[in-house]
Each structure stands twice: as C-alpha cells, then as structure tokens.
Design a protein. Structure first.
Length: 564
C-alpha cells in the first residue's frame, strides 16, 4: 500500500516505490485541458490553475501527453527536442513549478516519452538530411537505398500506420522509414548513440522530479531490416509473418534489452522511477513489458475494446489478473484515451466493441463518425448510463485505473467537426477512410458559457459544441447525481477501501447479465449489464452509478456494497 501521509489540507507524496500499482492516473492532453495564456492552446499555466480540481477529484497521478516542441504533425507525438517544453505550452521553469505544485497536492507525474521516432525538425534529422549516404548522422535513423536505376523507387511497398507509403525519398537515391507520418522518421535503436541519448533524457526528467514515463509505441523500437532493399519483405509478406518475437518490425524479443537498460536508470532514484508501456501486442506477450526487469507495467486495452457485456468483462478481467500475476506487476484498466472514441459514445451506439487495434479506433464508432456522426444512431442517455456503470466497475478492480480527461464529466465524442477545423493527420492522409481522433481531443468545458466554456479567455483550438455548457464542471458542481460527483466519491471510496490486489468472483450474485466480485474487506461491486432490473443484493450501499429504487438494481448500473 502507498505511504501517503494524510494532513488536514493535503496529501503529501511519500517515498513508496509501489505507489503506481493501484493508482488512479488522470491523463491530461495538455493542448486541450486548460489555457492559462489565452491563445486557445492548453498550457502548463492552465494545468497549474486546475491542480485544486485534480486534488478534489482524488487522483493519485497525472499522465501528461507530449508537451515537447513540435510542429504538431501528430498532435505532439512528433518531437523536436526531448529535453525542452514547447514554447506555446510553457517553459522548463514552469514545468518545474508544475511538478512542485502537483507533488505538494499529493499528485505524482508521469510524462509521455516517444522513443520510436523523432520529428523531421529534430536536430539529428536535419543533420542527417545535410549529411551524405553512409554518414554517422544518417545511421541514427533507418535509411536505405531505393530500388531502380537511380534509387527512384522505394525500398519496399510498405504502408505507414497513417496511410500512404512508409518510405520517404530524400533526393539522393536514399529513403527513410517512418511507421507513422512522414514527419516522424523512425530511429535506429541498434545505434549506441540513440540508446545513450535516451538514457540522458530519462535522467533529465527524473532529475526534475518526474515519477514515471508512459512509453509510446513501446513494441516498435527494435527492428531487423536488411541493408539491401532487394532483401526486404513485401507488405503482404510482412502481414503474414507471425508476431512471435521475430517479426522484423513489431514486438521483437530484443526490444527488452533496451528496457533493461532503462530499468537500471529507474533504479538510480529513490523511489525508483516507473513506466508503463503502450504495447499493442498479443495478450500472452504483454507481461514481459510489465516485468520488474523492464518497464514495470503495460497498458491493458482489452476493456477499451470490449462490448458492454458481462461475459466479455469477466473474461478480460480474469485473463489480465492472471497476466499481472505472471509478470509480478499490476494490471492497468483503460476505457478511454486520446486515441479512441470516448466510451460514453461507444456504448451509446447500436453496435459496440470489436476494435481495430491497428487504427486505434473501434469499428462501429469509426463508421458512425465517417457517416457524419448522425444523432439518430446515438443513444446518448444509454451511452452515459453504461459509461458510468463501466467506470464504477473499473475503479473497483485491483490494479491501476487510467482515466482520460473529461470522462469524469461523462463527455461524449464530438463527432461533427468540420473538415477545415480538423487537425489529426490520419484524417488528411486517409480522408474518407479515417476521420481521425480530434473528437476526443476537443478542449474541456469548465464553465457553462463563455467563448470557450472556461477553457481560456478566447476561442479554443478545436471547436466546442453548444452542448458542452450543460456538461461543464460548473454545471455539475454541487449536483449529487452528476457524473463528476460520482467520480469524486468513487475515487474517495476507492482509496479508503483499496487493499490487496485480488478479487473473488461472486457466482451467487453473478448471472447472465450480472457481474459481481468481492475485494478484500467485504467491498463488493455488482454490475447489471442488461436492460431489465434485478434484485439489489444485500449490504450497505456505498455508491451507485444510477438511482436505486424499490430494492432493485436497474439495467446499465453498478453498485458498490459493503458486507459486514
């Protein structure tokens, strides 16, 4: 258990190395959280101004999405400088002040790290373009000679994650590889200089008080590509290769040699720094990323991809608790983040689930967005009831819960953004196939009115819908039935009742549409995934995701009970 020391005014961060195992972590997408300077872009001043809100919400840590200098070719995941702050977001001095303010409020800080690729504006890549073939500067990246008489053809027919070719020419017969946007050239992690520089970056932020790191595309760093383009596999051959640790691009076994080096750096600090891997890998391969010799924890996206279904939830929870036991880590639970349609909307569509992990967006939601987000296909009320029920279940589970900014307000996806207002590169590169992720990145509503609903003094960088005012923080404050009130109470009770990382399924209460489990100390969570009400189990009601009347548990509702 954590060693946080309660005081009358705050919770002071202690030295417990295991604080992350059952933490509630709040993800901040900095450009869309709070604007403290009035330029329409969220920033560090805005975050600091909202720390009292985060403290009252009751989170243990903040995960800060990229805040580095960037051209925003991919929402900040194209990094110009890993050891600085984007001047539109703040300064290093303001970053230090934010860390101190978060820690004073009892909130730890996890920062995003993007090691698979830099931006094309990074000083290394600019040097590579200015240097000749075979140079040390180009050796930091993945350059290959093109095919054809003069290298005019790409080394292979590979497609990038964001669509279009994965190889980009530089004009001298050579091409560079990019998994994602062409502005994001992939690094060559066999290069000792690359590995050493990221160890410097880990120490740079750890020395400034950062408590942990979220590692973007953690399964993509290690690659094994032939130097001769004629020996590279085709895209069809790549797609047919098993992802068993030997794939040339994804989830290679040797990626864990990199993370063993990182672990040695983490252990230089007291308490040791921690990390969580974003690794879209086959479930049995996830524990190695979460091992004590590696990053320590790995994202479990399975609930994010699941239908609102009791059997699916039970299977996923059981499997992931077994995996966490195998790795010695704790599992993570995620229902929404910056890459997917918000779960209140996913659950309000006629078909839920069956995610396309490669596109990082579930298929039914993508179809709804591509169709123009018709309101006639979305049951907002049902989606919110299911989202509240799923969130309360998530917060009762052993392990850490990752919450995405705005889910505590019950926000739906903003689906009807005009084409000219969109910013996500996947929309522009695959127009008509991908609508992008802007709808979950729209700046938060803090007040019921104003030019940006309290996000800042002027308009926000993405358009906010008129319905934001009714679901703003201001509108929900003091309402005992609001989603914000439910989250605050759930996080308070979670901290109070959290015990050993275990649960016992209650098969006497569980049925076809009902899922019930008990945590140590008699804390019971019961979720009715169905439409029809069921008898309310015995016990003292601690909290419910919806109204309880007549001794029944309504459909799409979770209740927490305390047994004697």
């Amino acid at each position: 258990m954590t060693t946080l020391t309660e005081t009358a005014e705050t919770i002071v961060v202690g030295g417990d190395a295991d604080w992350w195992r059952q933490a509630a972590v709040y993800q901040i997408y900095p450009r869309s959280f709070a604007d403290g300077t009035g330029d329409g872009i969220g920033d560090l001043q805005g975050i600091v101004s909202r720390i009292p809100y985060l403290q009252r919400l009751g989170v243990d840590a903040v995960w800060l999405s990229p805040f580095y200098p960037s051209a925003l070719a991919d929402g900040g995941y194209d990094v110009d400088d890993y050891r600085d702050v984007d001047p539109r977001i703040g300064t290093l001095e303001e970053f230090d002040g934010m860390v101190a303010a978060l820690h004073a409020a009892g909130i730890r800080l996890i920062v995003d790290l993007v090691p698979n690729h830099t931006s094309d504006r990074h000083e290394w890549f600019r040097e590579a373009l200015a240097s000749p073939k075979g140079s040390a500067a180009r050796a930091r990246y993945i350059f290959r000679d093109g095919r054809g008489e003069h290298g005019e053809l790409p080394p292979a027919d590979w497609t990038s994650i964001f669509g279009g070719p994965a190889w980009e020419p530089v004009g001298d017969g050579q091409w560079y590889f990019h998994f994602f946007a062409r502005e994001q050239p992939d690094l060559d992690w066999t290069n000792p200089e690359v590995r050493a520089d990221f160890l410097t970056t880990l120490r740079f932020w750890s020395d400034r008080g950062v408590d942990g790191f979220r590692v973007d595309v953690a399964h993509g760093l290690a690659k094994d590509l032939a130097e001769d383009a004629e020996e590279l596999p085709t895209q069809a051959e790549l797609d047919a290769m098993p992802k068993d640790g030997s794939h040339p691009l994804w989830d290679r076994d040797d990626v864990h040699d990199i993370y063993a080096e990182w672990r040695a750096v983490f252990e230089e600090y007291t308490p040791a720094r921690t990390a969580v891997a974003e690794a879209w890998v086959d479930t049995p391969r996830r524990p190695r990323y979460a091992s004590a010799e590696g990053l320590g924890q790995a994202f479990n996206f399975d609930l994010l991809q699941a239908d609102f279904d009791a059997a699916d939830f039970r299977r996923i929870i059981t499997e992931n608790l077994e995996l966490s036991a195998a790795s010695g880590s704790s599992t993570t639970w995620v229902l929404s983040n910056h890459d997917v349609v918000r779960h209140a909307t996913r659950y309000g569509l006629a078909l839920d689930g069956d995610a396309d992990a490669g596109a990082m967006m579930d298929v039914p939601s993508k179809g709804w967005l591509l169709a123009g987000a018709p309101e006639s296909e979305l049951d907002r009320g049902l989606g919110l009831r299911r989202a509240r029920a799923a969130s309360l279940l998530e917060l009762a589970l052993p392990g850490s819960a990752y919450l995405y900014q705005g889910e505590e307000l019950g926000l739906h996806e903003v689906g009807d953004i005009a084409d000219e207002a969109r910013q996500d590169p996947s929309f522009f590169r695959n127009k008509g196939v991908e609508v992008g992720r802007d709808g979950c990145r729209v700046p938060l509503p803090w007040t019921a009115d104003g030019p940006s609903f309290g996000f800042g003094d002027g308009p926000a960088h993405l358009p906010q819908p008129a319905w934001f005012g009714a679901v703003s923080v201001e509108a929900q404050e003091g309402d005992p039935a609001s989603t914000l009130t439910m989250y605050r109470e759930a996080l308070r009770l979670r901290r109070q009742h959290q015990a050993a990382e275990s649960l016992v399924w209650d098969d006497a209460l569980s049925a076809e549409d009902v899922l019930a489990f008990e945590r140590p100390g008699g804390w019971v969570s019961v979720t009715n995934f169905g439409d029809a009400a069921v008898p309310l189990p015995e016990g003292e009601v601690l909290l419910a995701s919806g109204p309880l009347e007549g001794g029944v548990l309504p459909g799409a509702t979770t209740v927490w009970l305390q047994r004697a």
